[in-house]
Every structure is written in C-alpha cells, then in structure tokens.
Ligand binder design. Structure first.
Ligand code: 6PG
Length: 472
C-alpha cells in the first residue's frame, strides 16, 4: 500500500477540517487521535470515501507516512502539545517535520524549534486563522521555523490556504516562534475589532435607540464601504438578525454579557508591555473582557454608583451610516491594526524575526478572522514605504484621521455624557491625540522624578543630563 503524503494528530473540528482540506487538494492523509473511537467515527463519517486512513497508535501512524514525514498537530496549546511531541519523537527520523497548528505561546515554540532541530527534525510553529470554516475552505496560515522546514511544506500549504487576488494566504514568516507571535498579534487585533464593533452596537442601541434589525442594516451598509468591509462586520450584521426561536426576539439580547478568552489577547498585551509598544486600543479590548466578567459586581454597582440618565444625542442616522459612530469604528479599527503592526515591528528587531509587513498584510487579506479591505491599504502603505514608522503616517491613513477625528471626538463626548462605556473608542482618541502632539506633559513627570528621586532629566535647549534641587 502506498504511503500517505500527510499526517494529522488531533481530530478536533479544526483538525478534521484541515485534513479534509489537504485531502481535497490531492494529499492523501493518515489521521491519529488519542481516543481511537473518534478516529473511527471520523473515518465512517466525514472522512468516508476519501484518501484518508486511520492509525490506532503513533507507531502505526508514523509507519503509514511517506518520508520525509509531514505531520500537523492540532492539539491544545501547552502541555498537550509537549506530550504529543514527546510521544511521537522516538518514531521520527532525520528530516521529518512536525507542524504545530494550535494557538501556542510563541516562547514555547521557540523552545520546541530549538529542541527538535537539535535532533535533526524540522519544527514549524504555525498560526492558523479562519475558524472551522476557514480550516476547511482555506485558512490564512502563518508558519515560522527554519526556511528549510518551510520549503518542505510550502507546496502543501499554498494549496490549502485561502487564495486572494495576489496569491495564497500563506508565506514564510520567519525563524523560531515568529509564526505563533504573528498569530498572537493577529488575535490581539481581532479582540480590538470585536470590542469596537460591540461598542458601536451599544451606542446605536442605548443612545440612538435602534433595534437589532436596524443596527444590522447599518452593519450591512458599512460592509459595502472600503473602510469597513470585513469579515467581522459581515458576521456582526448576520448575528444581529438571528431570532430566538422561543419568542422571535433578537437572540443576541439573550446572551450573557461576559466574554471569555483563551490567552492570545493577553499574550499580545504582555508582549507589547515588555517590548515598549503603545497598544491602548488593543489593551482596552482585553480589559473590556475582564470588566465584562465581573457581572455580579456590576449588578451591585449599578444600584450604588448612579449613572447619568441615558440621553439621546445626534450620532448620525442610518442614511449616513451613523456618521460619527462610523468615523469611530473606522479610526479605532485602523488604530488596532497600527498598534498590532507596531508590536510586530519592535519584536522583529528585538527577536531578529525580520518580519515583512507587506507580506503579513497580504496573507491576512483572505481566510483569517481580521480580513478586511483595509488590509489592501496596509499592504500598499508598506509597499510604498517599508520603513513607515506608524501606519497613521501613511497618506491614505492620515487622510482618514483628518476626515474622521471630529466624528470620533463627538462619539466619545456623547458616550461620556450618556454614561456609556466606549473603552476602545476613547483609547483610540487618546492614542491619536497623544501621537499627534509634539509636546506632551511628561516634562512635569520628569521634574517630579528628579525632585523626589534625583532621576535627572534632559533639556530641550542643551545636551546632557541635569539635576536640580527643586525644594530647599
Ligand atoms: C482565528 C481565531 C481563533 C480563535 C481565537 C479566539 O484566527 O481563527 O483567532 O484562533 O477563535 O483563539 O480567541 P478567544 O477565545 O481568546 O477569543
């Protein structure tokens, strides 16, 4: 019997869909799952009449694969991934390649690449985005590791990936854990945009008094615009229309307002803090999830800390796409991308990843959760100027800031007066206002630091380091 081209460990939804994707693209496959009953179920169900076979144990699994073996692990990040690596390594031979397609912490991937490459195996840490549908039809993939290992799986990945006008949504990201690092930042941006869209829904509902159907129509319109056309706007429009079969009212209003998280948004913010990247919009989205989880405290506080009565403000109307709210969504989404890129640029230098922003924007244009038409503009911006310091400084994006900052300011002010929290909108406004101010008040911070701790300060008018006895 001829050997299979490709192996998959872990038959969760993502794993199942990725192996079906590989098989559809001409790669005969073998699958292994910790519980064999799951493998049998898959082979009798979705895997039936396909060039996919199963293995009862890892020895059999490895034996069924052609050499050099290409094995994708789709298991839980952390200990489960280490466990699979330890169990399968004794059966691998020189040149075989393990790919981790989970949402692993990039420092874990750094360690695994170093350990596995020492044993002459290849190891790729690969971010995969697109959810279960993307995995089946074509995800965006962010593989990192050695170039040699990437080359060994390039033909497989380029066929499996989503395709956009200028090619497949996969490229070699860089060495070590860079693939998982870039996927982590992708998720940080994802957190940001999810929160931004939720803030706009809240304002339309509580301040503009629109019904879910009407809000859905606004999202539908936004999805036709160059600035906001995106996967997340598209699914928001759809979610807002779904009715609860029990009483026909909007289902979204029945959902508990507590958002969970699996770690990648937190890792993005931790990395940003460690690297000294300014990411207030992304951080605000993470904190909004934390605050949302304090449901019972918020219920008590609502009775004690009186909020202003919600007032109705003119935040636009459906015929102009809710002007100021749309401005806020556009600028905050741009800020999320700009901040994500900022983290990647600093990490690229700090960890010698040599990341290419143009190709990262290119592979995010299709398949992934944050795909949007803005990514074409981002790709153009870095194509025109690879040394661009901040996305906001590109002419197209700076023009968006000029056109929309008044709308964002209006939205944030009205939300504040109405007592409606808009953490991403207000953080974005402060981000832009800080970034476009050449003289910030940190001169006074420096004076205080020097006053109580002799930390010294620099002057604008002279070179050197200065100390003053501020108080006699
Ligand atoms: C993707 C998603 C995917 C997953 C996130 C969700 O790109 O396909 O990012 O990886 O949905 O992990 O993360 P939270 O559960 O933390 O929101």
């Amino acid at each position: 019997m001829s050997k299979a081209h490709f192996g998959l460990v872990g038959l969760g939804v993502m794993g199942e869909n990725l192996v079906l994707n590989a098989e559809r693209n001409g790669f005969s496959s073998v699958v292994y799952n910790r519980t064999y009953s799951k493998t049998e179920e898959f082979l009798k169900g979705r895997g039936l009449n396909k060039k996919i076979s199963g293995a009862k144990d890892l020895r059999e699994f490895v034996d069924k694969l052609e050499r050099p073996r290409r094995i994708l692990m789709m298991v839980k990040a952390g200990k489960a991934t280490d466990a699979v690596i330890n169990q399968i390594s004794p059966f691998l031979e020189e040149g075989d390649l393990l790919i981790d397609g989970g949402n692993s912490l990039f420092t874990d991937t750094e360690r695994r690449v170093a350990e596995l490459e020492k044993q002459s195996f290849g190891y790729i840490g690969m971010g995969v985005s697109g959810g279960s549908k993307g995995a089946l039809e074509g995800p965006s993939m962010m593989p990192g590791g050695t170039k040699k290992s990437y080359t060994a799986i390039e033909s497989l990945l380029t066929k499996m990936a989503a395709q956009v006008d200028d090619g497949p949504c996969v490229t070699y990201i860089g060495p070590g854990g860079s693939g998982h690092f870039v996927k982590t930042v992708h998720n940080g941006i994802e957190y940001g945009i999810e929160q931004i869209l939720s803030e706009s829904y809240d304002l339309m509902k509580r301040v503009c008094r629109l019904e879910c159907n009407q809000i859905s129509d606004v999202f539908k319109f936004w999805n036709t615009t160059e600035e906001l056309s995106s996967y997340l706007v598209e699914i928001t429009q759809a979610c807002l229309k779904v009715k609860d079969p029990l009483d026909g009212s909007a289902l979204v209003e029945k959902i508990m307002d507590k958002a969970g998280q699996k770690g990648t948004g937190l890792w993005t913010v931790i990395s940003a803090l460690e690297l000294g990247a300014s990411v207030p919009t992304i951080y605000a989205s993470l904190n909004a999830r934390v605050m949302s989880s304090l449901k019972s405290q918020r219920q008590v506080a609502e009775q004690i800390l009186n909020s202003p009565q919600i007032k109705t403000f003119d935040l636009g109307n459906s015929s102009n796409g809710m002007g100021p709210i749309m401005d806020s969504v556009v600028l905050s989404s741009i800020a999320s991308y700009a901040q994500g890129i900022e983290i990647m640029k600093i990490a690229s230098d700090e960890y010698s990843y040599d990341l290419d922003m143009t190709s990262i924007a290119q592979i995010w244009k299709g398949g992934c959760i944050i795909r949007s038409s803005l990514l074409k503009r981002i790709q153009d911006a870095y194509n025109n100027n690879p040394d661009l310091q901040n996305l906001l400084l590109d002419p197209w994006f700076s023009n968006q800031v000029s056109k929309r900052i008044a709308g964002l300011s209006t939205t944030v002010s009205c939300a504040a007066l109405a007592g409606v929290p808009v953490p991403c909108f207000s953080s974005t406004l402060d981000y832009i206002n800080s970034y476009r101010t050449s003289r910030l008040p940190q001169n006074l911070v420096q004076a205080m630091r020097d006053c109580f701790g002799s930390h010294t300060y620099e002057r604008l008018d002279k070179q050197g380091s200065f100390h003053t006895n501020w108080i006699d």
